[in-house]
Design a protein around this ligand. Structure first.
Ligand code: SF4
Ligand code: SF4
Ligand code: SF4
Length: 260
């Protein structure tokens, strides 16, 4: 008898890099296929069972068409646990960076004109949580191997993944980096969830918040620090919008009101 949990890995709009990150776990891939009965994984399998009910659905990508919205609702019905997999699914990523500015239709028309689409009616892109209940998240663009495998291990054994509530700065300091803020480079590390091991500041590039804004931190004092360093509110928001879309920008906007 097969008692393995069933798993479906689904992809909507994104670069498919989160699914690729699973395939990149070469040493652990066999273990994953042994630990779960994988029903859907288009990036890796040809024998997919779209109709299957699954214990765990990993959903990558944002929702950009009415058809995707319907498919997502179907996945929600079939899955016991639905996981937003990666930053596109969690926050919307680049597709949603201008969400809510009221100019989406204008931009869309400028690019596509009156083109007729066969993939479904386009809608303003949004993260999956705007349409369905999300039970668990795996952040990152793409998720880090270590954090992703930890999350899979928990989920496949009946637990929810829990992440440390520490910002990117902690991992940056563990890497013994000199702070980029002292070198005049804007870095959103103090406001961003850790878990990525701080690759960007370690390579002299400011963090742009792809792991999402940290839940519990002294956001206002961190924002004050960035403003004291001479960064403008608009620039901080613009950076966060790259991966966080409107959800995160709205949050930062609220906080910036407090630090005025
Ligand atoms: S979160 Fe990043 S890696 Fe994953 S699909 Fe979106 S753009 Fe690609
Ligand atoms: S470089 Fe960025 S992540 Fe590293 S300590 Fe400074 S603000 Fe934090
Ligand atoms: S340092 Fe920031 S931008 Fe770079 S991977 Fe980590 S969270 Fe993403």
């Amino acid at each position: 008898m097969n008692n393995k949990p069933t798993l479906g890995i689904y992809g909507f709009t994104g670069c498919a890099g989160c699914q690729l990150a699973i395939l990149d776990c070469e040493e652990q891939l066999v273990d994953l296929f042994e630990a779960a009965d994988i029903k859907v994984f288009y990036e890796a399998m040809s024998n997919n069972d779209d109709e299957a009910e699954v214990d765990i659905a990993l959903v990558e990508g944002s929702i950009n068409t009415e058809t995707q919205k319907e498919e997502l609702l179907e996945i929600r019905k079939k899955a016991k646990i639905l996981v937003a997999f990666g930053s596109c699914a969690n926050y919307g990523c680049i597709q949603t960076m201008a969400y809510g500015d009221g100019k989406w239709e204008e931009r869309f028309k400028k690019v596509y004109g009156d083109m007729k689409f066969t993939v479904g009616k386009a809608i303003e892109p949004q993260p999956i949580g705007k349409f369905v209940k999300v039970d668990a998240t795996i952040p990152g663009c793409p998720p880090s191997t270590q954090q992703m495998l930890m999350a899979f291990t928990k989920l496949l054994n009946g637990y929810m993944p829990v992440y440390p509530n520490a910002p990117v700065c902690l991992e940056c300091k563990l890497n013994e980096n000199e702070c980029l803020l002292n070198k005049g480079i804007m870095c959103l590390g103090p406001l961003t969830k850790g878990g990525c091991t701080a690759p960007c500041p370690t390579h002299n590039t400011g963090c742009v918040g792809c792991w999402g804004i940290i839940d519990e931190a002294n956001h206002t004092s961190e924002l004050k620090l960035l403003i004291e360093k001479g960064y403008k509110k608009e620039d901080i928001i613009r950076k966060f919008r790259i991966f966080g879309g409107n959800n995160i920008a709205e949050k930062i906007d609220e906080l910036l009101e407090v630090v005025k």
